[in-house]
Design a protein around this ligand. Structure first.
Ligand SMILES: Nc1ncnc2c1ncn2[C@@H]1O[C@H](COP(=O)(O)OP(=O)(O)OP(=O)(O)O)[C@@H](O)[C@H]1O
Length: 276
């Protein structure tokens, strides 16, 4: 699929609202993501981060407003065009979503399933060219030597790197990451965010990543968009933004995480006491 307009933002949210019954998950969200930038969505649990990410690849449709991705309006894109659009979008999740008993290499190969016909069971079912591309991506994330190991024998940080390789093997233009380091210790979190940043720069990827850790957002984002109760309450370049300014998006909830609507995640060393 061709990008319709090279000059325009890669992702455009225009007055996007999303309701689930009485729950307002997204409230009049308007912002754009420029090509090649790393934008972090920062917000508490329930602030709408995952819902917003799901609008980008059409996993969910907005109740109101429009989402444009690579020039295509997602909600009216169907069939082949939607599949073509999705092939340009890699997605990385908090819990990795790997097939534990399968090898690392087979997990990465599944990233190309959207471009192959029919189901594939077992590594040998993938064409040699696919296995080669998967190995190349594993090499980039530093795990080529683990290719034939069961995925569930790797550490959390390594499993997330495999998931990143799986997202990259389809050569996306956009990488979406939904709390990619929420299950990891601080050291692995920084390594994974560093990797996303480095590979993003190498491949000229546009990255939209949700996080709840303010420090990580300040270290790795070009721009931070803060969400509270589904509404954008901060939209600024990370450079020059102080921790205190970023923390303001949490308001009184951030100061007293025990009052948050949902239970707070475990507090990690060096991270603020915030739910994700
Ligand atoms: N499928 C759904 N059905 C009903 N309500 C939903 C659904 N998905 C999300 N919500 C609600 O929408 C709001 C935003 O949820 P969302 O998962 O987008 O937040 P989040 O910031 O990603 O939080 P978390 O980090 O905990 O996933 C919440 O109130 C949530 O309960």
């Amino acid at each position: 699929m061709m990008i319709k307009d090279q000059g325009r933002p890669v992702i455009e949210f225009e007055r996007v609202g999303k309701r689930f019954g009485e729950t307002v998950a997204l409230d009049d969200v308007t912002f754009s993501v420029e090509p090649g930038t790393v934008v972090v969505l920062l917000g508490l649990s329930g602030s709408g981060k995952s819902t917003l990410l799901r609008q980008v690849n059409g996993l969910q449709q907005p109740t109101t407003g429009t989402v444009r991705v690579l020039g295509e309006e997602v909600s009216i894109t169907r069939g082949r065009s939607l599949r073509a659009l999705r092939r340009q979008i890699g997605f990385v999740f908090q819990n990795f979503h790997l097939v534990g008993p399968s090898t690392v290499l087979e997990n990465v190969c599944t990233g190309l399933l959207g471009s192959l016909f029919g189901p594939r069971l077992g590594l040998a079912m993938y064409p040699r060219s696919v296995r080669r591309q998967a190995l190349e991506q594993l090499d980039r994330v530093g795990l080529a030597d683990r290719a034939f190991q069961r995925a569930d024998t790797l550490s959390g940080g390594q499993q997330q790197r495999v998931a990143i390789a799986r997202a990259l093997v389809q050569r996306p233009k956009i990488l979406l990451a939904d709390e990619p380091v929420a299950s990891l210790d601080p050291e692995s979190s920084a390594q994974v965010m560093e990797l996303i940043r480095e590979i993003g720069a190498e491949d000229d990827l546009t990255v939209l990543c949700s996080l709840h850790q303010v420090e990580l957002a300040l270290d790795f984002a070009d721009r931070i968009v803060g969400l509270r109760s589904g509404a954008v309450v901060l939209d600024r370049a990370a450079v020059g933004l102080s921790r205190e300014q970023a923390m303001e998006i949490y308001g009184s909830v951030g100061a007293q995480p025990e009052t948050a609507a949902e239970p707070a995640r475990p507090v990690r060393v060096g991270q603020p006491a915030l739910a994700g």
